[in-house]
Design a protein around this ligand. Sequence first.
Ligand SMILES: [Zn+2]
Length: 364
Amino acid sequence: MNRMISIGFEPMKKESMGQAFTIFFARSAHNGGMRTKRISFLLALAALATACRGPVELASERPIAAVAPDPAAPAPTARPSSPAAGTLSPSYRGAAATPTGVVVPVVGHTTRGWVVGTPCGGTVSVGSLQPLDGTVVLDAGHGGKETGAIGPQGNKESAFNTAVVAHARRALEAAGTGVVLTRTGDYRIAIAPRAAIVAAVKPKAVVSIHHNASSSRVRSVPGTEVFHQAVGASAAESRRLAGLLHEEVTATLARYELTEWAATPWAGVKPRRNAQGDDFYGILRRTQGTPTALLEVGFISSKAEERLYARADVQKAVGQAVARGVVRFLSTRDPGSGFITPPRLADDNRSGGGTENCQDPPLG
Ligand SMILES: [Zn+2]
């Protein structure tokens, strides 16, 4: 699960701080086998409501690690609390929340505090952190100025992704499953930092949630697509996770009576490889070793579906469907369904998830 080095998206700026960390990310400079082009291209893509697939994320409240009391310890004089600021061990190297609620991987410690990776791929020292732990990482696609697809009525994919992730998290936590989010607000976060959070958490499953664009046909059943890893030790389990998510999400969507659902000819559960034969999508490639699936709930580019996915009750239902799929993945050997064998698609030049013009949110 630590095999997150490979190829990412755009070249990252070389910052002066944290050279090793920067170099690490710089090695991940190109995603999808394409030398992608810069933010102007990204913005153009967003303006065209181009498909969202691939890179980025978001979420809301902060996940908290439960701290079990030590039975041998003297009775506390006050209620036990989660680790106070400044009491976290200098050697801690997991995921953590900054005082502003941004989730970060902890990569070192200096006299100025913990060194953490930032959402834009840099490093910074933070004086106070809350450790995070979870069985599952939920990754809400896109965020900030990188909105992902935009629907005909102006809805942002990033907001839909955030809403579904929040509901999925709530349902998983209600079921006793700890969750860490890669994005906890409406800010940009590149793909490599998302994968670094996954590496820090070491979860049993990762789900990246997106809404799709660029359909080419309509059909009578939802056009949900779920991508799984094709490469690495987690490929088989990634496929099973994707199949269970597809089963639950399509069953939930089918309750809503749309007469036409947008689709491509390749709706269903499938891998996608890049020109080198590796996983095409950065969030799947960089998390190889940890079962990860990328869910495209449906098409925000369809007016009727955009209206559907904008409904709070539908967002909740989809989030709960995601949670059911994850719980079944963790607690059963159910195989899932909806698998297809897609044609080999050429790499495309859609991009995102890089660090060009990326601005970190406040961290401390
Ligand atoms: Zn997307």
